[in-house]
Design a protein around this ligand. Structure first.
Ligand SMILES: [Zn+2]
Ligand SMILES: [Zn+2]
Length: 345
């Protein structure tokens, strides 16, 4: 009896313990599964919410929105484009420096000879229009989607624009350079000033516009100034490289966020990317812009076949900067929509 009772007591005790343990187990399992499902659905949401269909997007390395295809072109036009198509490009903005078409016959001949170029557009009166007509002919290609445009030096915004040829462009890219700023590489403040002017020009020329290569010159200038002052390059701190203050970022987002003014992120940024301090400063400069609705373009700024010596990988720096394929596809979608609208009668 005693044993039995004890046993029964033990049994009861064990059973009670087991019951509690089972209850605890069930509770833990339930809690765990709830946690897992919550985590899973968050991850699933992050993966799908707000993302475009892959089918409707060109990948970054398929896009090149700055290819010189005019007077400096090393090959006949279709052969030049073949090179890019073979390298994986599916969308290209073909353009040239507008100023190269302002030389008179003598200057043009001298320039061609000096640089050992082919004289693709020898008529200095009609050259700019011959070029536009030429690049329009490749728009029928089925392997690559091309748009046509001009690259114009930003100084012309202040000095006066040559408006007639601008009417032929589907895109205008503004060549940012220190030459327009008395030799001092422009930074955030100057870029904001230009952005306002460009928005203004768009009232007369309603086409997408790109601010070309605005950042590399500034980074280079910071490094050069340090060297000149006898400093070691590794002593430059992040703040010295910064292009924008948070206030300037907010201002720029207000001017061009969600607009048809884009900022170029060209391949020339890659050499600077290997410097961790530059990378950190640059990420702090650019990421908030991308997250705030500023749209970017990617490109090689190709002038010659040298661009094919290295692979084209804009995602290498775009990823950390928060520049997604959705962001970079914005200009393509806009250009396609403008073309489609023009074709509707
Ligand atoms: Zn340029
Ligand atoms: Zn260029």
């Amino acid at each position: 009896m005693y044993r039995a009772r004890t046993r029964r007591g033990e049994l009861h005790h064990t059973f009670k313990n087991k019951y509690i343990m089972m209850k605890t187990h069930t509770y833990l399992i339930l809690l765990l599964s709830l946690t897992i499902s919550a985590t899973y659905s968050t991850t699933a949401q992050e993966k799908t919410t707000g993302k475009s269909l892959i089918e409707g997007l060109f990948q970054l390395n398929e896009i090149d929105m700055h290819v010189h295809a005019g007077k400096e072109r090393p090959l006949p036009l279709n052969e030049w484009i073949d090179f890019f198509a073979r390298d994986g490009r599916k969308v290209m903005l073909l353009l040239d420096h507008l100023e190269l078409y302002r030389m008179d016959d003598i200057k043009n001949k001298e320039w061609i000879k000096k640089n050992n170029f082919n004289d693709w557009y020898p008529n200095t009166k009609t050259g700019k229009y011959d070029f536009i007509k030429d690049i329009s002919t490749v728009e029928s290609r089925k392997d690559v989607l091309t748009f046509r445009g001009w690259e114009i030096w930003e100084g012309e915004i202040d000095e006066g624009l040559e408006k007639e040829p601008m009417k032929e462009a589907e895109v205008i890219g503004w060549h940012i350079s220190k030459a327009a700023w008395n030799g001092k590489a422009p930074a955030g403040k100057e870029l904001i000033h230009r952005a306002r002017q460009i928005i203004d020009i768009q009232k007369e020329f309603p086409v997408p516009m790109i601010i070309f290569h605005p950042f590399a010159g500034h980074i280079k200038a910071v490094k050069e100034a340090a060297t000149k002052n006898g400093r070691n390059l590794s002593s430059i701190n992040k703040e010295e490289y910064r292009y924008f203050t948070p206030e300037k970022q907010k201002e720029l987002i207000e001017i061009i966020g969600g607009s048809s003014v884009y900022i170029e992120m060209e391949r020339g940024m890659i050499p600077y990317w290997s410097d961790p301090v530059v990378r950190e400063a640059f990420t702090e400069d650019i990421r908030p812009l991308a997250e705030g609705g500023v749209k970017f373009t990617v490109s090689t700024d190709a002038h010659g076949t040298g661009v094919f010596n290295e692979s084209y990988t804009p995602e290498f720096y775009c990823k950390d900067l928060g520049i997604t394929p959705e962001n970079v596809n914005a200009i393509i979608r806009e250009l396609l929509a403008i073309r489609a609208k023009k074709n509707i009668r």
